[in-house]
Ligand binder design. Sequence first.
Ligand code: AMP
Ligand code: ZN
Length: 473
Amino acid sequence: MKLFNTLTRKKEEFKPLKEGIVTMYNCGPTVYWYAHIGNFRAYIFADVLRRYLEYKDYKVNQVMNITDVGHMTSNADEGEDKMEVAAKKEGKTPKEIAEFYTNAFIEDWKILNLEEPIKRPKASEHIKDMLNTVQILLDKGYAYEANGSVYFEISKFPEYGKLSHNTMKDLKVGAGGRVEKNSDKKNQLDFALWINDDKHLMNWKSPWSEKGYPGWHLECSVMANKYLGKTIDIKTGGVDNIFPHHECEIAQSEAANDVPYSKYYIHTRHLIIDGKKMSKSVGNFYTIKDLIKRGRSPKAIRYLLLSAHYRSQLNLTEESLDSAEKTVTNLLNFIGRIQETKIEERYNDDLKEKINEVKLRFENSMDDDLNVPEALSAIFDLISETNKAIDEKKINKNNLDEVYEAMMKFDKVLGILEHKKEKIPKVVLDLANKREEARQNKNWKEADKIRDEIKTLGYIIDDSSSGPRLKKV
Ligand code: AMP
Ligand code: ZN
């Protein structure tokens, strides 16, 4: 399997540090507001990557943090803490804000059918670990204290810039435009590890000042080290995380531990809307619930977000949502069709061959830097061949079971269908048979009565052209 590594700017063969086990850290949300669907593009990418690694029989230890302190409005050191801005705006404490939006985030996570990570560490619960790392960096001479704050001195870490491919010269030019100079910093490019601020609502005592809080970059690298080790296999985030966030994480972690921070850095391109990046600060965003309220189904939202290659831009439009909705309906109808078809013809060897070919294409595409669009096109090919075989009555139960099994295996990665062969309770089946009998006898009143009874048990009967079908309400 090959993955595009931002660090080397190459597709590289994926080989985890330990055979059979993958450690992956995904930069998670800052919980000052609802996550928007652009954020979920990054998370769903991580989810599909994890699911595909599991498909390949790796055990995946996935960690995604919750940022509840220290993420400034500028993404660097300037501005205000996003959590505190929200707290003031909503008249709540930062803790209340964090709790509310963390719960909303997890709800959306479940609605979109993402797998649970092994841990969702909260930054505010890891202050001690962060203070330890800051002390190590001070002791090793990578950091300095000024007026109760502590900064990482980037000139002490010559590899600074290796992820974003920025040279010190580029960075200096970039920093030139800053409005305010921080006179505590030796170099304006140095970044804060610990910030002395007695007005900050969330504050902790440290060896350097009475009241302070950690820098956002520090949080992620400390939690990644704590739960996954000093070197992890995969680090992910959106492209906006490359610099400064991940660049600074590398500097801190590698300076403190003397080993590489992560083997692979994988970044998702942005979801755009009307040609602009969807972002909370610009206000051009949709949350998951916004879209659901507008009648969009979670399956279609998930499908849309995963269907484009993660390194290409994805433009959200009403048309793209319509088309995702249509595709998901077709996929679900197809599963319904193969479950219901009752044709007992000769076993179709060609269809078996098709399944094998499609499996191979699916795997080759996914192995090629997670090329989901190609993998999907292989699946659609299987669907059209199967439909053709059904239409031509060149199929039997074994073929249908094999197609179903293949589709479910693909869906372990996609997480769209999850149309488990659910057993309909016997009492419901018996009632359905009784109703059918009543209908045959033209006893409509009795048939309607039984239909209502079935409904109270959580099932509805859909009288399709191929006979009655039971569906869960
Ligand atoms: P934030 O809550 O802003 O820290 O963002 C959380 C994650 O979502 C990060 O990995 C970001 O890179 C990613 N992200 C933010 N906006 C977008 C977008 N429009 N499209 C894709 N990913 C995004
Ligand atoms: Zn992070």
